[in-house]
Ligand binder design. Structure first.
Ligand SMILES: Cc1cc2nc3c(=O)[nH]c(=O)nc-3n(C[C@H](O)[C@H](O)[C@H](O)COP(=O)(O)OP(=O)(O)OC[C@H]3O[C@@H](n4cnc5c(N)ncnc54)[C@H](O)[C@@H]3O)c2cc1C
Ligand code: SF4
Ligand code: SF4
Length: 385
């Protein structure tokens, strides 16, 4: 009789060998057999467990994503483009010193500070650079240290592995800053039958980041080399609104790199990703895009409030004077939805090109209403042309 393949074997075949691995870290540190080596997920040994958490939690294995949405959010608030929207604003941290250290408005760090100060969480997992100049998740307990980990690093950070490492730890209330694929992995952990693990209750808050792509560390370091920038010297990076460039900052200079060069460094898995706004987080934060000038916009974020908890955290932050919010112009929400819809269309097109069949959507399911919507839009477009 043929033995059923183990979960790890399936993960290898369905995700790693398909170049679908986002590097989220959700399958790492659950057992000794799966690790991150540079920005690759590596299997050190074969495990034949057939109901492994690695496969269940991976954001690139099939699941009933509609069901996950239903169990975490108010379905009447779910939009096809950007997931659940309870509220949508422009926001920034009230403290100018925090804003100066942050990527944009410092909303993410400001929210975490308030959540710790008010006891909603007692620690937060953010992204930190390790000795090999790669990103990894790090648990921070002191509110005053959070701003040292602010700013976006556009290379992969296997942040969820830090949450897995913590799972055997003493009881905590943890907040995690997560890219969309990481927020999805955490949502799968919360809702998977297999998890049934009281330790997941330690996850008290997920703050999602908007995300267009991440860069492969190897390719990005090669790119830096071309511009004679050492990875150690890099103090920040940003994509200014309306400009098709990536800016690289050091203490001495600002270097502009064309998007064509950046595109060549994008991790392959990102081309198959349909989520740009972290649809499975409690709150999602991105760069502000509104009619103002570029410098003004850099100091603000867009924030999507998704869950009751997210609403509570944002209201608390405003009430305590830590966060400033203002109404976003209707056009900003529409522009965000248009950009998010475009990412979905492109990713589905790439998925179908890869599988060579509209019936095989790799990790997605054509019965999912969101997927169905974008498949049918594409069919209509083709019909017209
Ligand atoms: C890979 C990546 C791609 C992004 N793409 C877009 C985009 O296309 N459009 C858009 O509007 N916004 C994008 N963002 C989000 C944006 O860059 C800001 O993170 C967001 O606007 C929040 O700004 P802030 O000032 O509130 O953040 P801050 O207060 O500076 O906090 C940023 C937080 O993000 C964490 N972090 C940094 N790098 C990573 C990482 N690689 N993985 C996980 N966590 C990390 C930090 O540790 C910190 O906690 C992206 C972010 C990342 C990391
Ligand atoms: S996407 Fe995440 S969970 Fe899936 S194989 Fe890669 S690192 Fe592991
Ligand atoms: S584009 Fe998608 S797959 Fe790539 S890092 Fe962002 S959320 Fe993850």
């Amino acid at each position: 009789m043929n033995k059923k393949p183990g979960s790890q074997t399936k993960l290898k075949k369905d995700v790693l060998e398909q170049s679908l691995c986002t590097g989220c870290g959700a399958c790492v540190s659950l057992c000794p057999y799966q690790v991150v080596y540079h920005d690759r997920t590596v299997q050190l040994h074969d495990c034949d467990l057939t109901d492994g958490k690695c496969y269940a939690f991976c954001p690139r294995t099939p699941a009933d994503y509609g069901q996950i949405r239903e169990s975490l959010f108010d379905v009447s608030e779910v939009t096809p483009e950007i997931g659940a929207v309870k509220g949508y604003y422009l926001s920034r941290a009230a403290d100018p010193a925090l804003r100066a250290k942050a990527q944009h408005g410092g909303t993410v760090t400001g929210l975490l500070e308030v959540a710790i100060a008010e006891g909603l969480i007692d620690s937060a997992i953010v992204s930190s650079r390790n000795e090999e100049l790669e990103q990894e998740g790090r648990l921070i307990e002191a509110k005053s240290q959070l701003c040292d980990y602010a700013k976006s690093k556009f290379t992969v950070s296997p942040t969820v592995a830090a949450f897995n490492r913590l799972m055997g730890d003493t009881v905590r209330k943890v907040g995690v800053v997560a890219t969309p694929c990481q927020a999805l992995a955490l949502a799968k952990m919360k809702t998977a039958v297999i998890s049934n693990d009281s330790k997941i209750n330690q996850l008290n808050l997920v703050i999602g980041l908007f995300c267009g792509w991440t860069l492969s560390v190897e390719s990005f370091h090669r790119l830096l080399q071309q511009y004679q920038i050492s990875p150690e010297a890099l103090t920040g990076m940003d994509i200014p609104a309306g400009k098709n460039i990536l800016e690289l900052y050091t203490n001495e200079s600002v270097t502009s790199v064309s998007m064509a060069e950046v595109d060549a460094c994008v991790r392959t898995a990102c081309h198959y990703c349909i989520d740009s706004t972290a649809e499975f987080a409690d709150l999602s934060v991105g760069a502000a895009r509104f009619g103002g000038d570029c410098d003004e916009m850099r100091g603000w974020n867009q924030i999507i409030v998704r869950s009751e908890l997210g609403k509570q955290v944002m209201e608390l932050a405003v009430d305590r004077g830590a966060l400033e919010i203002r109404e976003a112009p209707a056009s900003a929400l529409q522009n965000l939805k248009n950009a998010a819809a475009e990412k979905k269309r492109k990713a589905l097109k790439n998925i179908i090109e890869k599988s060579r069949s509209v019936k095989n959507l790799l990790y997605l399911n054509s019965d999912d209403p969101v997927v169905r919507k974008y498949l049918s839009i594409d069919k209509k477009r083709k019909g017209k042309s």
